[in-house]
Every structure is written in structure tokens, then in C-alpha cells.
Ligand binder design. Sequence first.
Ligand code: ADP
Ligand code: CDP
Ligand code: MG
Length: 248
Amino acid sequence: MWRLVTSLTALVSSSKSSILNQPASTLKIWKSLTTETPILARHGISTHDCTPFITFVLGGPGSGKGTQCAKIVETFGFKHLSAGDLLRREIACNSKYGSTILNTIKEGRIVPSEVTVKLIQREMESSDNHKFLIDGFPRSEENRIAFERIMGAEPNIVLFFDCPEEEMVKRVLSRNQGRVDDNLDTMKKRLKVFEAWNLPVINYYAEKGKLHKISALGTEDEIFEQVRPLFAACEQINSKTLLFLEGQ
Ligand SMILES: Nc1ncnc2c1ncn2[C@@H]1O[C@H](COP(=O)(O)OP(=O)(O)O)[C@@H](O)[C@H]1O
Ligand SMILES: Nc1ccn([C@@H]2O[C@H](COP(=O)(O)OP(=O)(O)O)[C@@H](O)[C@H]2O)c(=O)n1
Ligand SMILES: [Mg+2]
């Protein structure tokens, strides 16, 4: 295994992509993106042993996180976990946290990290997929630290959809999904929460060199063309690995 990984790093280091220039995460990327194949089986490698490949998807309310996640799922086969959707599902099924979550969302505040991380954990552990898009999380340093503590994992990459406030307001007010928080009053509060609590997380990952800032202005397809190369780079590692293994 170690011999393979050393050789893989050499293969990968010739690439110019920003992800490929992160040798420390090479092993994780490789392990996470491989699919079950006879080649892997011959080498005694099972995807059941794989480390998950985790992408955090950040950005203000209405910046287009969910829209771009749908495209990533369709193109690259990730499992999409929207923290907001998981919380709304708890409200809908009258869970014991339902009313607290509803009030928190109406106020545009952040639900206690323990609750959100447990919901994400349950979804990750019951999924057959190893590649996760965690959308709208972490929304605070407390969220981030709780995830690291409970899951014992960090994201491989972090996307940040950077969008001007006026555009976010416009999109949220015309979203039309019947959400209790898609109104001007809650939106103003959410923007303040974004600035106070989300931005420190974004800065944290920028300092760690994991952040990929994407301009959220333009058509959905134009924005996806900025996103695509990030994941295409991972796929490239995967196919090079399989070719390499095949040559063994
Ligand atoms: N590039 C875009 N240009 C215009 N509207 C967009 C774009 N991307 C998404 N939208 C719309 O804006 C609203 C918010 O998008 P969404 O993906 O739900 O954002 P988020 O998950 O970040 O809140 C939705 O109605 C969506 O259809
Ligand atoms: N990590 C998270 C994510 C969402 N939430 C709550 O859920 C609301 C909706 O989140 P969302 O991700 O669906 O919202 P959008 O940014 O997609 O508009 C947030 O405003 C918070 O009240 C949270 O408390 N913690
Ligand atoms: Mg969303």
C-alpha cells in the first residue's frame, strides 16, 4: 500500500491543479475517490475501508450552494448533505428538537452544533457513498470544532460561494420554496449571522490553504465551470491510480 501511494504521489505531482499540489491529502483523495473494481480487489483494496472525502460548501444565504451542489452530485456522484435540509426534516417529523430548531431558523440563528453534527453523522454513517458534500456547514467556529471532535475528520476541500449581499437578498426573496426564513426580516438577521459567525470559518480554511473561493455571480452554468475543475482534478487522480495499478 505505501509503495503504491509513494508512486501515486509522483504521478500526481506533475499536475498544475491546486488540489493536486497538496501532497498531504493525496492519500485521502485517492482512497476516497476509488470505486470498487476488480483491479482494486486484486490488490486487496476495498472501498469499505476508505476514508471519506469531505467537501464543505460555504457561502451566505442565497449564494447558490444548493444549486451548485445538485450539479456536483449529477456530474461527480457525491452524496449531498444539506445541514439546513436535515434540520428542516427534524421539524417536519416532530422530533424532540423540532420546535427549538424551528424557532432558531425563524430567527436566523444557528442551531446548537451537537444537534447538527449528529444529524450529519447519522447520514454519513448510513451512506454507501464515500464522497460527501456538506452544504451550509460549518456555519460557526463552534460548528467546525464540534464536527472535528465528534467525527474525528476534517474537510479535504472547502468551497466558498462569494456573493454580494444585494444579490443574495434578491435570490432569497424570490426563492419561493415556502421557507419560514425566506423573508426580509429574517434575511437581515441571517446576513448579520453570516458576517459574525460564518466568516471566521471561511478565514480559518483560507489560512489552512483549503479554501476555494468562487464568484457566485453569473449564470448557474458559468459558476459550475469554476467548480468543475476542482473535482475533475480528483477524478484525474483516480483514473491515473487505476492505470498505475493495472500496470502492476
Ligand atoms: N447563478 C444564479 N443566478 C441566479 N439565481 C440563482 C443562481 N444560482 C441559484 N439561484 C437561485 O437563487 C436561489 C438561492 O439558491 P440556493 O441554491 O438555494 O442558495 P443557497 O443554498 O446558498 O441558499 C434559488 O431560487 C436559486 O434557483
Ligand atoms: N450548520 C447550520 C446550517 C443551517 N442552520 C439553520 O438553518 C437555516 C437554513 O440553512 P440553509 O443552509 O438551508 O440556508 P441557505 O443558506 O441554503 O439559504 C440557517 O439560517 C440556520 O438557522 C444551522 O443552524 N446550522
Ligand atoms: Mg441552501
